[in-house]
Each structure stands twice: as C-alpha cells, then as structure tokens.
Ligand binder design. Structure first.
Ligand code: CO8
Length: 258
C-alpha cells in the first residue's frame, strides 16, 4: 500500500493522485519511491491504457519537499535528484500516455513532474513556476531540460531566473499546457481525452510516444531512421490489419494490443 500517493484503475485509466495535502503534495523521497513503484505496475498492466496524474486538494505538487531537502547534505541531495530523474525518465519511457491533470500549484519539482507527462491539461486555478533560484538552488528534476523544449529557451530562462509564478492562461499562451478548463471539469476533460486515445491502437499510441520523444533529442537524419523502424513495428502488428480492414469494411476496429 502507498502512503503518499493514491492509485486506482477504472475503465482503462490508471489514476495516480499525489497525496500529501498538508504539505501541498510536496515530493519527498517516499513520493519518488512510490511513483517509481506504481510505474512498474502500470508498465506491466494491460488494463491500463492511459494514466491521469493529479494532486489532492489545492495543489498539483508545490515542488520538492523543502523541509526534507533542508536536512540533506550534498550527497543526499544528489541521490534524491538522481532518483527524481529516474522517475521522470521512467514516466517518459513507458509506452502509454501520461496526462498531467494540473489542478493547482505546479511549482519546482511539480512543474517538472507535469513536464515529464506527455501533455498537460490545467484547471483555471493552476499556477506554474520554477521558484528554485529563490531557495538558492536550481531545478533538479529536469526543469533545465524539459522547460526550454516546451516553451523555448528565452521563456525558460525568464521563468528560471525570475522565479515568477504564472497562471494557467499564461501557461497556455507560452505552450506549457495544452488546454485550460474550469476546475470542476478538469478530471472529466482528461477522461474524455483518455477515452479518445483508448479507442486507438495501443501499440501505435505507445510507439508514437517513444518515436516522438526520441526524435526530439536527436538530429533529423537519425530520427528518420528511427521513425522508419518505429513505423515498421506498427505495420507488422495485427492491429494494423484490423484498423485498415475495419476502415475498408466501414466498421469500428477492435484492437487487441497485438
Ligand atoms: N515543501 C514542503 N512543504 C511545503 C511545500 C514544499 N515545497 N510547499 C508548501 N508546503 C507546506 C507549507 O510549509 C505549509 O505547511 P504548514 O501548514 O505546516 O506551515 C503548507 O504546505 C501550506 O503551505 P502555505 O501555508 O505556504 O500555503 P499558501 O497557500 O500560503 O502558499 C504555495 C502555497 C505558494 C505553494 C507556498 O506554499 C510555496 O511557495 N511553497 C513552496 C514552493 C516552492 O518553492 N517549490 C519549489 C521547491 S524546490 C524544488 O522543487 C526543487 C526540485 C528539485 C529537487 C531537488 C531534490 C534534492
């Protein structure tokens, strides 16, 4: 059983809720351990087609736990950051979509956790920022890596250097989130998106995620070679035969994840 996160599976969706509401869901070592563990379950579980990641109460995640960080020496800090990177990279490497349902504060490590997800849907109440330099540190869970890839180098530098907290409208404007909805519609909106994804071929969705993530980090020629390989792996699937046959027979496909 988990103590800092909640996890359930319903209708093909895995729901992860970071649950330390008294500390604004701040990420400590235990949260990272539990997130890693739940990812191992999600990766193996064919029932889970899409993951929705959110926070309990007023915050998504208000950053790494400042009280815990304050008690760590540099080796402890390094170990925690290395663990954080393993978790964020693991989320990115699982061939299933992770949707960040950003319900409130997504600061520091919280903003970084949302950026490790495949896309972000935000409540009108959400707030984003990388306040680390105000604490004498820099982002440590991928903020110097993923933020510039999403919003561009200038805006990423602006956010990292000013430590400004921005609202969801501004996050949408700069491309940090894909949609902004009323707070009471947040989970239903994410579920609607998840159900759209679930209708598609699971292998194709997963391979598309991996191909896109890999292509983002490499040159266009190497990415082309990888896309050919990735495409071919979907072309040989039974789901490809089913998808195309169903189209030609004017019926809905029944994908089998094979
Ligand atoms: N860590 C620990 N506790 C926190 C955190 C946090 N990040 N954020 C909030 N809390 C706690 C508060 O201490 C408070 O506890 P208590 O009730 O016991 O006093 C409780 O949550 C409620 O918080 P507030 O009273 O401050 O609530 P407000 O609504 O007034 O403000 C804010 C909410 C704006 C979210 C405010 O709490 C805040 O600014 N929090 C800190 C945000 C921050 O600086 N986050 C970045 C942390 S650094 C980071 O994430 C680095 C990532 C790299 C990891 C490196 C690992 C070594």
């Amino acid at each position: 059983m988990y103590e800092t996160i909640k996890y359930e599976v319903k209708d093909g969706i895995g729901y992860i809720t970071i649950s330390r509401p008294k500390a604004m869901n701040a990420i400590n070592n235990q949260v990272l351990d539990e997130l890693y563990d739940v990812c191992t379950k999600i990766e193996k579980d064919d029932e889970v087609r899409v993951v929705i990641l959110t926070g309990e109460g007023k915050a998504f995640v208000a950053g790494a736990d400042i009280a815990e960080m304050n008690s760590l020496d540099s080796i402890g800090g390094r170990n925690m950051i290395a663990k954080g990177h393993r978790v964020m990279n693991y989320i990115e490497s699982i061939e299933k979509p992770f949707i960040a349902a950003v319900n409130g504060f997504a600061l520091g490590g919280g903003c970084e956790l949302s950026m490790a997800c495949d896309f972000r849907i935000a409540s009108e109440k959400a707030k984003f920022g990388q306040p680390e330099v105000g604490l004498g540190i820099i982002p440590g869970f991928g903020g110097t890596i993923r933020l510039a890839r999403l919003v561009g180098k200038g805006m990423a530098n602006y956010l990292l250097m000013t430590a400004d907290m921005i609202d969801s409208a501004e996050a949408y404007r700069i491309g940090l989130v894909e949609k902004v909805v009323a707070p009471e519609e947040l989970i239903a909106t994410c579920e609607g998106i998840a159900q759209k994804i679930i209708k598609n071929a699971p292998i194709a969705v997963g391979v598309a995620k991996t191909a896109l993530n890999k292509a983002f980090d490499i040159d266009i020629h190497t990415a082309s070679v990888l896309e050919v390989e990735a495409f071919t792996s979907t072309f040989g699937s039974q789901d490809k035969t089913e998808g195309m046959t169903a189209f030609l027979e004017k019926r809905k496909p029944e994908f089998k994840n094979r």
